[in-house]
Design a binder for this molecule. Structure first.
Ligand SMILES: Nc1ncnc2c1ncn2[C@@H]1O[C@H](COP(=O)(O)OP(=O)(O)OP(=O)(O)O)[C@@H](O)[C@H]1O
Length: 316
């Protein structure tokens, strides 16, 4: 269901943790809340879940959450019942809702199939891998068709490849089930890859909300830009070099991303390559452009340290 956080503020022991948060959350979207450690992400999730009451402001749900339209919060630790099998862990919420044994079994089987856990139905949590345990925890949350699903650090404790797999999995199940989902994550790459929208929380304030590409390429200020990835600040002098004549700065924040620039050798160019760093799928060039350091991510392999170059913004 959709819901709206309006003017919400919260403090712990007199210390403000969230200040005047206002944001609408849409039915069926996957919204990732990102921000540095201590920014207040978990606190906002706890407020949405109803575990905390806001000290100021309100949270308005399209309908009152109840047993049939619950808000489910899955913590990063994914605590499963160790003495219950996978099937019983997944079916736990249905038993609590007094579903009959037969309908429960059908629904659990369906979930296990969907989560590719059929062959683990009789296993106990200790016999599963970290990724499988995580899938059980998410299946256990989704089986009751939550109106709002809240995920706190769904990728914590997973290695890189499992993170990608889990992100794709969360995305496809969330779409399939049409569930409004809010995920808190430290992992920006995953958040960009799987979200409909991102909310950037810095120091307890929701600084920007928007689709991944929009917030990445058009952050509202340099602080948001820096949190989301490396940036080159634009000065009047470098703007003239980098952008076609007559163009305004590409963002309100007067900066440009390293991958939004391209570099080419030019004996009369205004730049000089100072450093080259091979980063696998791209090469990072550090360029002195009229005294200002500019970073460019490029696929070009032929440039050398000391070479004169020209740097330009890539047409988006
Ligand atoms: N129950 C509490 N009592 C006192 N202070 C708290 C409590 N819960 C959170 N805090 C403080 O509120 C601030 C925000 O915490 P929160 O857990 O919401 O941040 P976060 O963005 O989720 O951080 P992380 O990414 O590290 O989990 C922190 O300074 C934290 O120490």
């Amino acid at each position: 269901m959709d819901f709206r956080v309006e003017g919400v503020s919260h403090s712990f022991e007199g210390q403000p943790v969230l200040t005047d948060i206002t944001c609408g959350f849409r039915q069926g979207e996957l919204f990732s809340l990102v921000g540095p450690s201590g920014a207040g992400k978990t606190t906002l999730l706890s407020l949405i879940a109803g575990l905390l009451s806001p000290q100021a402001g309100t949270i308005r749900y399209a309908q009152t959450p109840d047993l049939n339209a619950p808000i489910i919060l899955v913590y990063q630790d994914f605590i499963l019942f160790p003495h219950l099998t996978v099937a019983d862990n997944v079916g736990f919420g249905l038993k609590a809702r007094k579903w009959s044994r037969a309908t429960r079994r059908n629904r659990v089987e369906q979930m296990l199939r969907y989560f590719q856990l059929e062959d683990k139905a009789d296993a106990f949590p200790a016999q599963l891998s970290g990724g499988q345990r995580q899938r059980v925890a998410i299946a256990r949350a989704m089986v009751v068709s939550p109106a709002i699903l809240l995920l706190d650090e769904p990728f914590a404790n997973l290695d890189r490849s499992l993170k990608m797999e889990t992100a794709r999995f969360i995305r496809s199940t969330q779409r399939e089930f049409g569930m409004t989902t809010v995920a808190v994550t430290h992992d920006l790459e995953e958040a960009f890859a799987m979200s409909d929208r991102l909310g950037i929380l810095l120091n307890g304030r929701l600084r920007q909300v928007g689709p991944p590409r929009e917030v990445y390429f058009h952050p509202q200020d340099l602080e948001v830009a820096r949190f989301l990835g490396p940036v080159n600040p634009l000065t009047p002098a470098t703007t003239a070099d980098l952008l076609p004549p007559g163009t305004d700065s590409p963002s309100k924040a007067s900066f440009i991303r390293p991958e939004a620039l391209e570099v080419e050798g030019d004996a009369n160019g205004p730049g000089c390559i100072r450093d080259i760093h091979f980063a696998g799928h791209y090469i990072m060039y550090t360029i002195d452009l009229r005294g200002q350091e500019i970073i460019v991510y490029s696929q070009q392999r032929v440039l050398e340290i000391g070479q004169r170059v020209r740097v330009r913004a890539v047409q988006a």
